[in-house]
Design a protein. Sequence first.
Length: 182
Amino acid sequence: MPKTIGWHAAVAAGLALLMAGTALAQSGLGSGSRPKSSTKCFNTPEIEAVAIVRAGMVIRDHARACARRGHDRDLINVWADFDNTNAEEMKRAVEVRAEAFRRNWPDDPYAAQRDANETVASRQLVDFAPAECVSLRNLVEGFKIWPDYMKHVRVVEVGQVKTLYRTCPRRSPGEVPRSEQP
């Protein structure tokens, strides 16, 4: 009889440790895995701005990885050319994003940097194969004009940003309705 009780106790203790370990591991996960705060939100232009910046960070990081691994050393320059050609649009997105983070986290000047770090870290590839560099080059070379990039941003990044951050329930003052956006 004591042998059975000991076995059950060991199983119960093991399950308790597993559940506690899962809870501890979850508390260290990034913002996308935490419940969205009801007091913080991003309006439609801010969500798009965050998505624009995230897409650029990921592309730049992957282009650098291609260069480091010797798969495509010039890809970073192809991206830089597009980035420089569209510097005003990128700058506006960075400013809108920064203001949204300041509004939502007024006492935390590093909130936007943490978001950027989590974005890049969560999207890094462990084994960056030459095929990823070929695909990335095709993507970047497809950005002939700003609307080409925005199509990519809206397809790939906007949904992820909406998963991470709550959308404000009403439009902000001065926010253009989606139906009137270019």
